[in-house]
Design a protein around this ligand. Structure first.
Ligand SMILES: Cc1cc2nc3c(=O)[nH]c(=O)nc-3n(C[C@H](O)[C@H](O)[C@H](O)COP(=O)(O)O)c2cc1C
Length: 194
């Protein structure tokens, strides 16, 4: 075990339900992870995508090992990250597996063009990113997957899809930036990293 990892003992166990309630407060951008190639494809809606490093370009995503995407991702070693626009809410819904949709059925109703690795990338996504699996950390029910970016496709759209408090929320750069500017507090110079 990594020396930086230690077991944390608490006087009282934290109930999973309480933890879930706490995490509902964390707003997350909605993406669809795609895996496979040709007709052997599937994917899933996630909010756990996060940038890992800019140089080299790499990201992480947390994937449930019981999901239908996991075996294909592990076997082929590639995945797509499709960062959704607010008007791609229907795509997000399909990739949660709602209504029993499975595999290639989830891709119907939207345009997908394969990336360099062969994974389907969503046309019109805010960003569509083709990744090669660089490393996997399996922990509890999930796996943290580190992806090295192979290819990027960007769109000029401005409205993002987020998930917060158990519901989808649209964030529009043009409309919401004005409202946010009214309530925002400038960060001290030393903290302005982004
Ligand atoms: C808004 C939202 C975010 C989600 N984020 C994740 C995630 O980060 N990781 C994950 O493993 N599952 C996540 N899920 C659940 C998967 O989308 C869902 O379990 C999966 O698509 C269905 O699994 P299946 O492919 O086995 O049918 C999320 C679901 C929703 C609605």
């Amino acid at each position: 075990m990594n020396s930086a990892i230690r077991n944390i003992r608490l006087d009282r166990d934290v109930a999973p339900g309480d933890f879930r309630d706490a995490m509902r407060h964390l707003a997350g951008g909605v993406s669809v992870i795609t895996v496979g190639r040709g007709k052997d494809i599937t994917g899933m809606t996630v909010t756990s995508v996060s940038s890992l490093s800019v140089d080299p370009p790499s990201l992480i995503v947390s994937i449930n090992r019981a999901s239908s995407s996991w075996p294909l991702l592990q076997r082929l070693g590639f995945f797509g990250v499709n960062i959704l626009t607010a008007d791609q809410l229907d795509v997000a819904e399909r990739f949660t597996g709602k209504g029993g949709l499975k595999g290639a059925e989830r891709f119907a109703g939207a345009e997908w063009i394969p990336g360099a690795s062969g994974v389907p990338l969503l046309t019109g996504a805010l960003a569509a990113i083709d990744c090669e699996v660089e490393d996997i950390v399996e922990r509890h029910s999930h796996a943290i997957v580190i992806g090295r970016v192979l290819e990027l496709r960007l769109s000029s759209r401005t409205a993002a899809l987020a998930y917060w408090q158990g519901q989808y929320v649209a964030i529009d750069q043009n409309e919401d930036a004005v409202r946010l500017a009214e309530v925002s507090v400038p960060a001290p110079r030393a903290q302005r990293k982004f």
